[in-house]
Design a protein around this ligand. Structure first.
Ligand code: ZN
Length: 226
């Protein structure tokens, strides 16, 4: 599980290869982040005490069919609103999900259900047993990666003179993420990763993911300019 902030940064880094079209790169970045929203369903399943809640991760949002459905959805929105930008957004969004899946497959110890719901997991890492210490760092590293992504957005905004009124808040959120990273790394190594503490971690992760999507949308001037 590459951290979501890494997915977002990969989206930003892909700008060199993307044609300059309105809302396209915004779609790419959000498409890179979108698949991990399945963790909201994992959280719901956990709270509802459904069996094997983690089995919802890397399934329906990581599927080829979802990519097709999302691109079609934004085509329909473009037609209904007579706004061509939604078409660009949808193409970018689909490309972003593809990039997310590729990064997931290559990096870090898990498989992807590429053809969900048809079944079959593609996993280059099935031979690998994740040691407990690494699992902790992969988890708390989510906060670190979000923080780095927020710093990246803030410094791009500074360089291009965009989103002036958002630069401070993106930096503030970056520091909040760094504090969470340090705090939970210490707690997980000392107290452990069980029970309420892990649920609090999960809640803060989901909050960070949503904040990250909101900040990306609010700083779309920066994303569109770079
Ligand atoms: Zn993923």
């Amino acid at each position: 599980m590459p951290q979501n902030g890494i997915h977002a940064m990969v989206g930003i880094a892909s700008r060199k290869w993307m044609p300059k079209k309105e809302w396209l790169l915004l779609g790419v970045v959000l498409g890179n982040m979108f698949p991990d929203l399945d963790n909201l369903v994992v959280a719901y399943a956990t709270l509802a005490k459904l069996p094997n809640p983690e089995h919802f991760h890397r399934t329906f949002t990581h599927s080829i069919f979802t990519i097709i459905a999302m691109v079609l959805l934004f085509y329909i929105i473009a037609a209904l609103t007579k706004n061509e930008k939604w078409k660009n957004f949808g193409i970018g969004f689909g490309a972003g999900i593809i990039m997310h899946i590729l990064v997931d497959l290559v990096l870090w110890f898990n498989g992807v259900h590429l053809l969900w719901p048809l079944g079959g997991e593609l996993n280059f890492w099935s031979w690998f047993v994740t040691p407990a210490w690494l699992k902790i760092l992969l988890d708390t590293g989510e906060f670190l990666a979000f923080g780095l992504y927020f710093l990246m957005l803030g410094s791009l905004a500074l360089r291009y003179g965009t989103d002036a009124e958002r630069q401070v808040s993106s930096k503030t959120w970056a520091y909040i993420e760094f504090v969470l990273f340090a705090l939970f790394t210490v707690l997980f190594f000392t107290v452990g990763t069980k029970g309420l503490l892990y649920q609090v971690f999960g809640g803060l992760y989901l909050l960070s993911l949503i904040v990250s999507i909101v900040i990306t949308i609010r700083m779309k001037q920066t994303v569109e300019t770079i």
